[in-house]
Design a protein around this ligand. Sequence first.
Ligand code: F0G
Length: 449
Amino acid sequence: MSISQFTETSARLRCITCGSKPASAAQDFRCTSCGDLLEFVFPEWSHDPPALKALWVHRKTLLKPLDQSGVWRFRELLPDIPEEHVITLGEGNTPLYELPRCARIVGLDTLQAKHQGMNPTASFKDTGMTLAASSAHQQGFRWVACASTGNTSASMAAYAARGDMRSLVLIPEGKISWGKLSQSLDYGALTCQLRTDFDGCVRILNELVRQKPVYLLNSVNPYRIEGQKTAAIELMEQLEWQPPDHIIVPGGNLGNSSAIGKALLEMRELKLISRLPRLSIIQAQGANPFYRSVREFGGTKLEPVTADTQATAIRIGNPASWKKALRVLRATGGEVEQVTELEIAEAKAEIGADGIGCEPASAVTLAGLKKLLKRGFVKQGETVILILTGHLLKDPDFTIKFHRGDLFPGTPDESQSAQIGPLQRAPVVLDADLAAVIAALDAAESRNS
Ligand code: F0G
């Protein structure tokens, strides 16, 4: 088999609502007929599943950056971008970890997490950004831009820098973590902290791209979704193409759940997998418009909310991709859940105690799994994969406050102390004295026994 055998994919854009097929996208990536989102479709796909699987594994042994990337390795299922325009940082190829302690806590035999925080800028955004930034490069844009809760902006700034483009970041002032802000500064973005929330930043950006020749890199850009699909493809490869019963993802702007769901549906259509996992989406209770849409309105409408959660990555009240997410939720038979701030903090520390760690938004997956188990939606003996979206070090403030007991204002009540107290490990300040360190060690040992 020749290596270049599968590279033509003939992708077309299509509106998710009216079905019109524009030859190219408008600046805001909305359908010019009905205003809804666009997606890529691949009408001429005809692949031989075993040959594709073998080709993708074979590429891991090749040295070309395109083959080493955990995104471009799967390029048969992506829109074409000429190689000279591809901007890659070696994204994807993220580990699938066992979480034995978490499995014991929730009462499952096994539990696994695909850690998308192990990408080059430490979040899942890199998988979509490599494609969308490459498309900006192909089209000759000088400026790219996004509104962000921090991870998209970090990723965009890095890929823009690598592709010799300028980047404009709009972030809500005071509402993103320092780790993420520091990334976009270091990667050279023009970083504007707007006195509004994420949804306010999106509104301004949508106006801006209509007036200025700036390429929009939010997840309404369908290239982002295509790149993010590869997390699910790679996951199935890691599972030797045996789908799990459940995949659980956090929901913010709902691009990621849409992407993973799209990949699952396409893989089944192509007979790469024989059945669909259920894809469930978890939101923070303080930022739950999609949960409410499904539970209260049967998915007929989405009422924006004023979002508030310490999981700042998903502090989003008006998610752009809710219709795409609803479609994959329904097609895979998944569920929605919402989780409280305390449940998020507890789950994050539990994932940390497994030696993996993640940022708060990722921990909603474990907190949500507990609820799905309690409701009987996830059953004993079923296989579950959590998608961890961001690295622990993205938001060290949250973690330090949690362990010091400063995350929640006021004096903790008894149930709160019982829930999170055993997980808190505040640093111990001691004199530089061997006896004091030995006493601390002995005390820790006796607490654990
Ligand atoms: N987890 C993390 C760590 C995120 O950064 C985000 C979104 C999500 C989950 C939710 O994914 O929006 O596709 O549903 N962060 C965006 C940003 C919005 O600007 O970085 P989603």
